[in-house]
Write a new protein. Structure first.
Length: 247
């Protein structure tokens, strides 16, 4: 892949988070670009400073969706969860410990992401409905690293907008350099059932894993539009998602 993706204005620089990015500026099949300052993807926001918090409010964030599971939220609460400045919703996209059990350990990230598409449909539907029904302001969604759960939601939105698989995979892969600052902390929370080698694989963000998931979505669900319809997103909600991504 050698498609160049723009980086201007993409990163939102905050002291307490390292992987907050805008989904705007990506080329689509229609010849347009995805809209800036409509959707942000992020890692955990529990360490945001007061200045960080105010910056997101000033930027226009009005809706926040926390994709983490209950234990993660309890251990590292989102700083906006108890406030009223931003509407906050917690929708766990997977079960605890990355959704990984010893008996059902995914062989790679692609398998894990395909599993999310198949097994987390109710949660994904709820996330997409919140985004579709949000009127004004920016929608921000996040997990812990801003990579896996956040990556799947981002891939669905970008694909729905007509962004190519290659560019979606490159957006996903931007996480690699963004996470270097917190990689030691992530490694310190390795689930007991995973070896260091296995966990390092799950901490990666090589574009091939995302490409495989996108190809699976095409062959199994006929793309993002087909997938969203399959899980119960209405035509009006799909149109609203497209407008948010493009206008």
């Amino acid at each position: 892949m050698n498609t160049t993706i723009p980086t201007w204005n993409r990163d939102i620089t905050l002291e307490g988070a390292c992987n907050v990015r805008d989904l705007g500026g990506y080329p689509t099949a229609s010849g347009q670009e995805t809209a800036w300052r409509k959707v942000l993807r992020a890692d955990s926001l529990h360490k945001l400073t007061a200045a960080d918090r105010q910056e997101l409010i000033d930027l226009g964030v009005s809706q926040m969706i926390d994709l983490r599971y209950e234990e993660e939220v309890a251990q590292a609460p989102n700083v906006f969860a108890a406030g009223t400045d931003v509407a906050y919703t917690n929708i766990s996209l997977i079960s605890g410990n990355m959704g990984i059990s010893t008996e059902q350990l995914p062989q790679n990230l692609a398998e894990m992401y395909m599993g999310m598409l198949d097994d987390s449909q109710q949660a994904i539907r709820s996330v997409m409905q919140i985004i579709a029904r949000s009127k004004d302001g920016i929608v921000l969604y996040h997990c812990t690293a801003g990579k896996d759960r956040t990556g799947v939601i981002s891939a669905l939105l970008l694909s729905l907008a007509g962004v190519s698989h290659e560019v979606i995979a490159q957006d996903y892969a931007l996480t690699t350099e963004r996470l270097q600052a917190i990689m030691p902390a992530l490694r310190a929370h390795r689930p007991a059932q995973l070896t260091e080698e296995q966990y390092d694989m799950f901490l990666g963000s090589e574009p091939e894993g995302m490409l495989q998931m996108l190809e699976y979505m095409e062959s199994t669900y006929h793309g993002a539009d087909g997938y969203l319809r399959y899980i119960g997103i209405s035509p009006d909600e799909i149109d609203a998602l497209k407008r948010r991504m493009m206008e």
